[in-house]
Design a protein around this ligand. Sequence first.
Ligand code: FAD
Length: 458
Amino acid sequence: MAGAKHVLVVGAGISGLACAYRLHRFGVSVSLVESAARAGGLIGTAQQNGFLFESGPQSFSGTDEILDVVRELGIEGEVCKADPRAPRYVLRRGRLLKVPMSPQAVLSSSLLGLGTRWKIASEPFGRTRPPSEEESVAQFVRRKFGHEILEYLVSPFVSGIYAGDPERLSLRAAFPTLEEWERRYGSVLRGAMKSRPSKGARKGPVSLCSFRGGMAALTEALATKLGDQLHLGTRAEELRARDEGERYEIRIAKDGRVEIVTADAVVLATPAYASAHLVSSISSSLSKVLSGIAYAPVAVAAFGYHEGQVGMPIDGFGVLIPRAERIRTLGIVWNSSLFPDRAGPGRVVLTGIAGGATDPGIVDQPENEIARIVQRDSEEILDVTGPPIATAVWKYPKALPQYNLGHGHAVRAIRDSERSIPGLYVAGNFLNGPSLGKCIEKGFETAEAVRDYLQTGR
Ligand SMILES: Cc1cc2nc3c(=O)[nH]c(=O)nc-3n(C[C@H](O)[C@H](O)[C@H](O)COP(=O)(O)OP(=O)(O)OC[C@H]3O[C@@H](n4cnc5c(N)ncnc54)[C@H](O)[C@@H]3O)c2cc1C
């Protein structure tokens, strides 16, 4: 019976919280251990001088799946949705240009030259096939649409999602639907059109969402549901198989004391490099694959200003900054324009993201220097004057896993290892995708696999 067996989940980021919460709902006995003093992992909200700052994700895509979880948690009244028509901007030659959000808008956009617009317009009328060898995102975009769209649209978006380098990111791993559309329809735009839901089934655009109290409302609600099954400040140090793989022994450290706990199944919802360390005495091959997954560093600098200090209207999602503009900040999110309760009347919150795979050195800088760099870039791009009223900086030397060339092989090898080690599961943002929705989906999928294993031994 599942109820008599015990599961240990390691890591209380959104992946581990989602997995443990689902197991708890299934009636499985579960403990979730987290080395930090709070749950949430990369998700964090901070209040400073009346400003609300996000230390990690700034929003999430309000898909039906996430909003169902939010309802189940009883925090749907806390959700705030950004206006789906809120413009996004890209910087080109120092000017903020609106990102075209529809095929018609692409054709009339001043962001792209005539040649590029013609390539986009004519793409659905041709037929191409993906090459047999794995292509990087940059190779794909250059082959299909040319360099300009890579530089001014795709690369900035890739920075926004993966903090990645499009020359190294795998199209198949990072954007599998694009490769699939080309393979099936010979054209990505035709594929996009054919894959659109029929008029009756269309639910309208998926909004970007957050919570009135910030992104941490989601992880706090999950943590509350888990109650004393969540153990903070508790670090898993080593994992060993016992009774010929029937059970696991886990060395746990808390408050300077070490303890061995046992479990019938273990879910590692830690970053790939941490999971690599934990599984090293169980499977050296799994450990090697996990440790091969590269991570990009990211720095986040959030600022509170008086509205009058910003020399242009702050009326959209924010601005993405192509590398060709030779500005260090990758993008600036206009939080207080998207969501209420961020800044109070007459004040604004801007959050700059810097670093990524193409500028790893940023996290070697002290926090005040990172703040200075992003502040100076905001002055140049948004005509900001004077010092901010409030500032906060967070540095992540290993922020986001890189879905680089070969990532698909690594994920398959992880899944094969999971199948060959009964009762051991791996979750996290390096498997199905880094967005919160994908992490939750993978957490739930893992919980279902664990429940089935406890019930059937398979
Ligand atoms: C700056 C930034 C902005 C982002 N913006 C967005 C966005 O706008 N929208 C979006 O959808 N996604 C965004 N993401 C991505 C998203 O935030 C992450 O992919 C997601 O939060 C990862 O969750 P996770 O649980 O897989 O990993 P993590 O959040 O890294 O959690 C892993 C947890 O494991 C714990 N841990 C590690 N080792 C041990 C151990 N030995 N014992 C116990 N505990 C351990 C860690 O302390 C941590 O809490 C962003 C990411 C970053 C960095």
